[in-house]
Design a protein around this ligand. Sequence first.
Ligand code: NAG
Ligand code: NAG
Ligand code: NAG
Length: 390
Amino acid sequence: MKRPLRGPFAALLFVVLCGAASFPSALRRAVAPAPVRAPPLDPARLNATLLRIAAFDPSEPSLRRDVDDLLEGRLPVSSLRGARAWRRDRLHPLHLRHHQVPIHRRSHADHDHDSLLHPLPREELLLDPSLRRSLRSWHRLRRHDPAVLRNLPSILSLRDRIPSCAVVGNSGILLRDSHGALIDSHAAVFRLNNARVSGYSAHVGAKTNLSFINSNILHLCARRPGCFCHPYGNGVPILLYICQAVHFLDVASCNASSASIHAAPISVTDPRLDVLCARIVKYYSLRRFVAETGRAPEEWNGVHDAALFHYSSGMQAIMVAVGVCDRVSVFGFGKAADAKHHYHSNQKNELDLHDYEAEYAFYRDLAERPQVVPFLKDTKFKVPPVVFFH
Ligand SMILES: *[C@@H]1O[C@H](CO)[C@@H](O)[C@H](O)[C@H]1NC(C)=O
Ligand SMILES: *[C@@H]1O[C@H](CO)[C@@H](O)[C@H](O)[C@H]1NC(C)=O
Ligand SMILES: *[C@@H]1O[C@H](CO)[C@@H](O)[C@H](O)[C@H]1NC(C)=O
C-alpha cells in the first residue's frame, strides 16, 4: 500500500500535488534511489515544515478530556469500548465505590466468556489520591523538555549510569546468530513486550534487567484472570508508556497485586520522554512520506491516524538506554526476507500504529551522526556509542 513511488511518476506526482513545496536534495539522495526532477528546491523550508508538524500533537485535546473524565470519576468516553472488559473484581478495592450504584448487568445479547466482566457505569469510578496525583503530574509533565534525557538516570532512580546495555528486540533475525552470551555480557539487558526467553537463550541471552511494554499489553494482562504482571519474574522492573490515560487503572491494579508480592515497580515512562520520542519518530515518518510519495507533508495525516500513531516500545528502550548507559548494543531490530517476524512467535506482520521504517532511519542517524537528529539536538546531550547488530 505504501510502496515507494519512483522515477518519472514520482516527479509528476510531486509537481501536481506539492506545487511550490520544496524537496531537500540531500534527503532525496539518501532516501529515494531514483533521481527525481523537482521544481526549485528549498530544503530548509521543507525541513522547517516537517519540524513544525512533528512538534504538533493533535491528540492533546482528547487526552485532556480523558484525564479530566478520570479525575472527575468517569470512564473516558474514548475508552468505553475497551472498558467493557474492565474487571470489576480487580478494580473495586482500589477505585470503585461500587456499593453506591447498582451493579450493571450485561444483556443476554451480549455474549462474552467471563461473567465478571461488566461495562462500568460511568459514575462509579473513584481514583484513590495517589493515583490522582500520578495521573495529574503525568499530564502536567507532557511537554517538550529535551533535558529529560540527561536527567533519566535520576528519574529512574539509578545511582550511576550503567557501563553497558544490550537492548534486545524481537526480530526473527536473532535466530540467525548465537549472540546469547554476548548479550548477557552487558551490565544490563533490556527486553521488549514480554518476549519469551526460555528456550531461546543461545540466541537472545537469559538475563533481563528492565522490561519495556506499552500499556495496551499491560491492559490485556490486567483484564485476564490470574495474569501475572511480571512475566520476567518479580525482580525485574517494568517501564511502560501509556497509550491511553485510562490505562493508569491497569497500572494501578497491577501495582496493587504486585505490592502484595513485593515485586519490582511498574513505572510509567516520563511523559517528557514520550514527547521527545513522539516528535522524533513523527519527523522521520513525515520525511519518509514526503520522499517516497512526493506528496505534501500535511497529507501524512491521511495515511497515519495521527491519534493512534505511536513510537514502538523498541524505540523507547533504545532512548532510555541512550539516556542511562555509557555504551549501547542493539540486537534483534530489523527485518529480513529469510527471517521470521518475531523470533518467538508466528505472527506475520506488524500493527499499523508504528512506522518501523521511520524508526530505522532514526536509528541509522543515532548510530552514525546523532548530531543531526532533530529535537535530540536541542538537548545538548552527548549520545553514547550505539552499535546495531544485524
Ligand atoms: C542485571 O541483572 C543481573 C542478574 O540477572 C545482575 O547480576 C546485574 O547486576 C543486573 N545489572 C544491573 C545494572 O543492575
Ligand atoms: C505504581 O507503583 C510505583 C512504585 O511503587 C509508583 O511509583 C507508581 O506511582 C505507581 N503507579 C500508579 C499508577 O499507582
Ligand atoms: C532538519 O532540521 C534538523 C533540526 O534543526 C537538522 O538537524 C537536520 O539536519 C535538518 N535536515 C535536513 C535534511 O535539512
